[in-house]
Design a protein around this ligand. Structure first.
Ligand code: ZN
Length: 292
């Protein structure tokens, strides 16, 4: 694991605090078990920020969104999702102390270059939708957006995930994508290749908040894990849950398929934190890269 640094400045109390993950690893062996293994703050990644003792966690905001706060070894840590559009440089969490005073916590975001991906989609309507598709797409986009912005208070949010489907990565998170040579949004999830019908399992406890058959995403399930952590499963051949279903880690939520805009059977797995789409791999234990 590479050591990395990020600078945290508390404006109240006024001091500058510098630490490396390596230092923390040496101090707290439990760190690895419950927090993502590689958390360099980059666009599409997460920032893990140690909070001052007197912060009121419920007041913390990043870009006007509430942020996830977790306890670890007697410390309060903010786990902040950084969207792919995040500009490298200095960013701030805003909040209040338990005494009601304003505070600002600075952290640095480093740059990250993502590769390009060129895909040929034979169903041209899925690349250039027809006029009659647009109403449906607009409605579904709103529906998905609402689910991804879900916030539910939960004290113990599980952030060390179990992989929902075993299989090789067919397309990593963050790729700059071109469909039939037309630029589109970057890849907001991780594609795992698996045969049609393979069971998809919940990576952590949560509540199903949305399901549907969407134009681009096909059969889709969204799970709320608490405090703004929401996961999404797309292109499924079957959905085995409904909104309101409580799931435990490992519960089957549906099956791998190729519905929606796809070139073959796979699971598109998305992870959203404070309404930022982030790399799902950050929530899995580090694995030895398999030769595909
Ligand atoms: Zn995908």
């Amino acid at each position: 694991m590479k050591a990395m640094h990020y600078l945290t400045t508390y404006l109240r109390p006024r001091f500058t605090f510098h630490f490396s993950l390596l230092t923390l690893l040496l101090l707290s062996p439990a760190w690895c078990a419950a927090l993502p293994p590689d958390n360099t703050p980059v666009p599409g990644g997460i920032a893990i920020i140690r909070l001052p003792d007197d912060v009121a966690p419920a007041t913390l905001r990043y870009r006007d969104r509430k942020v996830l706060v977790t306890q670890q070894d007697g410390e309060q840590l903010a786990v902040v999702g950084l969207s792919l559009g995040t500009k490298p440089g200095r960013h701030h969490l805003a909040g209040k102390t338990t005494q009601g005073e304003s505070l600002s916590i600075a952290f640095n975001v480093e740059d990250k270059a993502y590769e390009e991906q060129h895909i040929t989609i034979t169903d041209k309507r899925k690349v250039n939708p027809e006029k009659r598709d647009m109403e449906r797409i607009t409605r579904e986009t709103k529906q998905i957006k609402t689910a991804l912005q879900q916030w539910s208070m939960q004290d113990d949010v599980v952030i060390d995930f179990q992989k929902p489907v075993e299989g090789p990565t067919s397309s990593p998170f963050g790729l700059k994508r071109f469909f039939n040579e037309q630029p589109r949004n970057p890849h907001s999830g991780l594609d795992i290749a698996a045969p049609e019908g393979t069971p998809i399992r919940a990576p952590a406890p949560g509540t199903v908040i949305e399901t549907g058959d969407f134009f681009f995403n096909g059969n889709t399930v969204l799970i709320d894990h608490g405090q703004g952590l929401v996961t999404m499963y797309c292109h499924m051949s079957a959905i085995d849950v409904e909104p309101g279903t409580r799931v435990a880690t490992g519960d089957v939520i549906g099956k791998v398929g190729m519905t929606g805009r796809v070139t073959g059977p796979h699971l598109h797995w998305g992870v959203s934190l404070n309404d930022a789409r982030v790399d799902p791999l950050l929530f899995l234990p580090a694995e030895i890269p398999a030769t595909e």
